[in-house]
Design a protein around this ligand. Structure first.
Ligand SMILES: Cc1ncc(C[n+]2csc(CCOP(=O)(O)OP(=O)(O)O)c2C)c(N)n1
Ligand SMILES: [Mg+2]
Length: 296
């Protein structure tokens, strides 16, 4: 539980720092924080092996990246556009590639990417699990259903995680998503589970069952995690009523887990995370800008 708390805290502090830096005019481009959704990244990715398994993520990818790699220095430098960034400062917040970790900000594009990777990995025969994270709004992309069909028909070792935060930018899911999300995958003969919690321990348990099922059967699995985005879609673009945002605070995964920890452990972990992110930011600030390196 302490390690879960540490990872979630690191992700939270990292993203709070990005929002602060944007508001100070120190960053350009955009960013999407997973503030409120950290339990998903940490709970699911505690079951993958970074040397073997593959993770494909979307525009809201920092939590997944940090849970998979622990590399806050590379990520902050990447968002800052520095040569020391994960992709030499050219990918930015949404387009990361390191080892077996890939992201792309084009909604739905990662579903075919992950399906193809799962097929390639099955052919390679090393037993790799491919995990892909999709948002509820991305269920509006037709390619997602072609992928569910192929993954089931061809028995691909693919774990599809839907992080259902009930919004796509400003559009609530009631206006965009009909019927049952889980039933969409069930219609393709894919095993599913749905969870309504921000407790990382519960996410960890459900994701463990899902990952074991894929590894054992070689078949896809569809895990729906009903969750809450506590911060704006990107930056300063939250049109929700303040009362709605206030009500989300009780679901804060740090609060949910933190209540079960000793106060002294919490304080120590929070201090260590603050220090780690501050050091990463400082190192990023000292590194040369990618644009300058490209121009040379
Ligand atoms: C093809 C495409 N269309 C539109 C966008 C702009 N866009 C970025 S995020 C987003 C909403 C995604 O909603 P959801 O899948 O629920 O993920 P969430 O942002 O809630 O994590 C949209 C429309 C995009 N990135 N790609
Ligand atoms: Mg959403």
């Amino acid at each position: 539980m302490l390690d879960f708390y540490r990872q979630m805290c690191l992700i939270r502090r990292f993203e709070e720092t990005l929002l602060e830096m944007f508001s100070e005019g120190l960053l350009v481009g955009t960013t999407h924080t997973c503030i409120g959704q950290e339990a998903n990244a940490v709970g699911v990715l505690s079951h993958v092996d970074a040397d073997l398994d593959v993770v494909v993520s979307n525009h809201r990818c920092h939590g997944h990246y940090i849970a998979f790699t622990g590399d806050v220095s590379g990520l902050i430098a990447e968002v800052m556009g520095r040569v020391t960034g994960t992709c030499g400062g050219r990918g930015g917040s949404q387009h990361l590639c390191r080892g077996n970790f890939y992201t792309n900000g084009v909604q739905g594009s990662i579903a075919p990417l992950a399906t193809g990777i799962a097929l390639a990995e099955r052919e390679r025969g090393a037993g790799a699990l491919t995990t892909v994270f999709l948002g509820d709004g991305t269920l509006g992309q037709g390619a997602v259903y072609e992928c569910l069909n192929m993954a089931s028909l061809w028995s691909l070792p693919l774990l599809i995680v839907v992080e259902n935060n009930r919004y796509a930018q400003t559009t609530p899911s009631e206006l965009a998503v009909s019927g049952s999300v889980a039933a969409r995958a069930e219609a393709f003969g894919i095993e599913t589970a749905e969870l309504d919690t921000t407790d990382v321990v519960q996410v960890h348990a459900a994701a463990g069952a899902a990952a074991s099922s894929v590894r054992r059967s070689g078949r896809p699995y569809f895990l729906v995690l009903n969750t809450h985005r506590m911060a704006p879609h990107s930056k300063g673009d939250d049109t929700r009523h303040p009362d709605e945002l206030e009500a989300l605070r009780e679901h804060d995964p740090l609060r949910v887990l933190g209540a079960r920890l000793e106060r002294s452990d919490r304080a120590r972990i929070e201090r260590e995370c603050r220090e780690e992110i501050a050091a990463a930011r400082e190192a990023g600030e000292e590194a040369p800008a990618a644009g300058a390196a490209l121009a040379r």
